[in-house]
Ligand binder design. Structure first.
Ligand code: 3HC
Length: 692
């Protein structure tokens, strides 16, 4: 089948790219466009050309699946097509619906004009893949919108709605009827006789750009991009667009694109892109998801309120339930404030906030939401409370409703056993703040039905979350690993590292907050409680560093007490000599030798145990794929996507090294830290997770 349909509407030719799912610029599409453009150019009866996408979208970019393959080198290249378009003797119009992203929008930028449906979005999201828009996407946009706006658009990779794109000058018109209005637009252009100047030759928006624009952008981007190299390269290219002649600017962009393409960050981000999509798939699951049109959330605290917002933001009416009217009023008040903040910040339009708020109603009686399609329990994290709630839900909820718990670590099977319908019970674990964090960790109990699993996996997409599916076990995918990261940070303290060094190394690595500061934020008393519960289930020989206990004894409960590992003024942390004294005492008691650590040692010691525990999750089926673990850690814990996630990082540093570290950790910390069988085998055979 030809990837480009050629249709004639009177004197205008409409070229429709038909290459599902997203009309990416594959070799087949490029060949189809090349042939069709040549035919349209050479036919004297053709006065103008419209290029559009078939199905639900325009062209979503270069074909990422062909990167690095022979197909990506097949001619015509994207830049060949762009040259053809820029030299085209008849008007060409890109008619955009759905999304015009990356190479798709870059192709449109070489047409004489761009028109878009009101619902369409355009953007250059390449930085999310660790590259930059390398088909003139850093050279042409500044010529339409100016350097400062181009920097904002391309370093963020954000999708811009048609109305804003038109105001900015990225497109020429917002139209109603596609393709008819686009055809009329093209015909009008042809009637004018004179072709608009190609974007690459316009310079009124770039000439004389103040160099401070670039200096300022470098300062803010260095902070915002936190170690990502692509956004900084984008600024270099946009500066080149403003200071060099077009051909030299384009050549500069090509060089930068190649550098980024060869980088580890590109490999990591592309791995992550596909992992995120793969994580939605459950091999062997044939059941159809149930439809979710209404929801209820039990518990109007921070978590429950956030989850109610998630449903409302997706347009799903939701009941927020709690035991008292006061609790509900408090919860609703917080939700209102959250929406107000978003509106003030400009990240949400007032009418969208109003629409979402109108979808949230309150209830103290379960009977009020008995007809809901799903109920998510987000009550206090105690088994007796959860079991009681599920027994009551079982009594009132309509048959077929999904009964979900937002527990972060409790046993799903024990909760399900409190009902007469364990097939409908499932874990749906959101991360705090639920309306912001992108992870939805679904947990399958022993008796959870395929239909329930299919429903909550599909629900993730509706809610705009990235989903992973975990098997029921202590801590599921993410929290099960977390204890090794924070635990190793405390062992490092005993051995001589300081809280500031550990946090600095983790934050330079790309974590939003270091493990020690994170402990302070969630509360050291809470950490102690969790640890005590865990200690009871552990075999002899397992060590916990007593540093948290010693700090709690001195009233250092964390940020909320103004002191924990650090001392605080508001949220600002400062090192505290008392903490160092306490840590030194903790080292002295059992005679642990203190020494200096390099930053590299600390980085490896912090992250290697995550990889080892991740390998054990693959071994016992807690996670289906290494990529799922990466998705969980990037979205739930802020692991930098440009490092690909912990499992990708582990494979990069070498599984043999990770294995060796686990053997050592077991000697130091206890047998639980020892290497898993899968890791042992892969390290021995020199293989990666694909062979797990
Ligand atoms: N190439 C190849 N496949 C792509 C693709 C692309 N550019 N973009 C998406 N796909 C595939 C996905 O892998 C997925 O495949 P699967 O069903 O087998 O998993 C399928 O299309 C649907 O994608 P989504 O599940 O993400 O569907 P959504 O509807 O949620 O989102 C989208 C659609 C907004 C287009 C989103 O897929 C997206 O953001 N894609 C990436 C766009 C992008 O980064 N473009 C730039 C590419 S690089 C480039 O153009 C270089 C140039 O500057 C030289």
């Amino acid at each position: 089948m030809n990837a480009v349909r050629f249709q004639v509407a009177d004197t205008v030719v409409v070229l429709t790219v038909e290459y599902p799912p997203v009309n990416a610029l594959s070799a087949a599409v490029r060949a189809g466009l090349g042939q069709a453009l040549a035919a349209a150019r050479d036919d004297p009866a053709v006065a103008a050309v419209v290029i559009m996408g078939g199905g639900s979208t325009f062209i979503a970019g270069a074909d990422i699946t062909e990167f690095g393959t022979e197909k990506s080198k097949a001619l015509p290249s994207l830049s060949d097509l762009q040259e053809t378009l820029e030299a085209f003797p008849k008007p060409t119009v890109a008619a955009i619906h759905g999304t015009a992203l990356g190479g798709g929008f870059e192709l449109a930028l070489t047409c004489h004009a761009r028109v878009a449906a009101a619902s369409a979005k355009v953007g250059l999201p390449e930085v999310n893949l660790g590259i930059l828009p390398g088909a003139g996407g850093t050279q042409r946009p500044p010529r339409l919108v100016g350097a400062a706006t181009a920097i904002d658009l391309i370093t963020s990779g954000r999708h811009v709605g048609a109305a804003e794109a038109c105001t900015l000058g990225m497109i020429d018109a917002v139209i109603d009827g596609l393709p008819d209005e686009a055809i009329a637009f093209a015909r009008d252009l042809a009637a004018r006789g004179e072709l608009p100047q190609p974007v690459i030759l316009r310079d009124d928006k770039v000439a004389g750009t103040d160099p401070e624009v670039f200096a300022a952008a470098r300062r803010t981007t260095a902070k915002k991009a936190r170690g990502k190299i692509a956004p900084m390269a984008v600024i270099d290219c946009i500066e080149a667009a403003c200071t060099l002649p077009p051909a030299e600017g384009l050549a500069f962009e090509t060089r930068k694109f190649r550098e980024l393409y060869a980088s580890d960050q590109r490999a990591a981000l592309m791995h992550y892109f596909f992992a995120e999509r793969e994580a939605r798939r459950v091999p062997g699951l044939a059941a159809q998801p149930r439809t979710i049109r209404s929801a209820a959330v039990i518990g109007a605290g921070t978590m429950g309120g956030g989850i109610a917002m998630v449903f409302a933001n997706a347009g799903i009416p939701v009941h927020l339930a709690d035991i008292s009217e006061e609790a509900l009023a408090r919860g609703l008040g917080t939700i209102r404030k959250n929406y107000e903040t978003s509106v003030c910040r400009g990240s949400l339009a007032q009418d969208k906030a109003d629409q979402a708020l109108a979808l949230i109603s309150t209830a103290t009686d379960y009977a009020d939401f008995a007809q809901a399609d799903i109920v998510v329990e987000a009550a206090f994290e105690r088994m007796d409370i959860k079991r009681d709630i599920f027994t009551r839900l079982d009594a009132v909820m309509r048959p077929g409703a999904v009964l979900a718990t937002n527990t972060s670590s409790l046993d799903i099977d024990e909760i399900a056993a409190a009902t007469s319908r364990p097939g409908d019970v499932v874990g749906v674990h959101f991360f705090s703040p639920a309306n912001v964090m992108k992870l939805q960790e679904n947990i399958r109990g022993k008796l959870t039905s395929d239909e329930t699993v299919a429903t909550v996996m599909a629900l993730g997409k509706t809610l705009g979350k990235n989903v992973v599916l975990a098997r029921n076990c202590d801590g599921f995918i993410g929290n099960r690993m977390l204890q090794y990261y924070t635990g190793e940070a405390e062992f490092l303290l005993e051995q001589g590292a300081t809280p500031e060094q550990i946090d600095r190394v983790a934050e330079q690595f790309g974590m939003p907050m270091g493990p020690i500061a994170m402990r302070d934020m969630s509360g050291l008393d809470v950490a102690m409680m969790v640890r005590e519960a865990r200690r009871a289930t552990l075999p002899p020989g397992e060590r916990f560093s007593p540093v948290v206990e010693r700090l709690v004894e001195r009233g250092r409960l964390g940020m909320k007490a103004g002191k924990g590992f650090y001392q605080y003024e508001g949220r600002n942390r400062r090192p505290d000599p008392e903490t160092i004294e306490i840590i030194e005492q903790v080292s002295r008691d059992p005679g642990i030798e203190r020494r200096n650590f390099t930053d590299e040692e600390i980085e490896f010691r912090l992250f290697a145990p995550l990889v080892n525990e991740g390998s054990k999750e693959l071994e016992d089926g807690t996670a289906m794929r290494a990529g799922d673990i990466d998705v969980a850690w990037v979205n739930g814990y802020g692991f930098p996507a440009h490092k690909g996630g912990p499992m990708f990082w582990g494979e990069k540093v070498g599984l043999a090294r990770i294995h060796e570290a686990a053997v050592e950790a077991a000697q130091r910390n206890g047998p639980r830290w020892g290497p898993g069988k899968v890791l042992e085998r892969l390290a021995r055979e020199g293989k990666g997770w694909a062979d797990a």
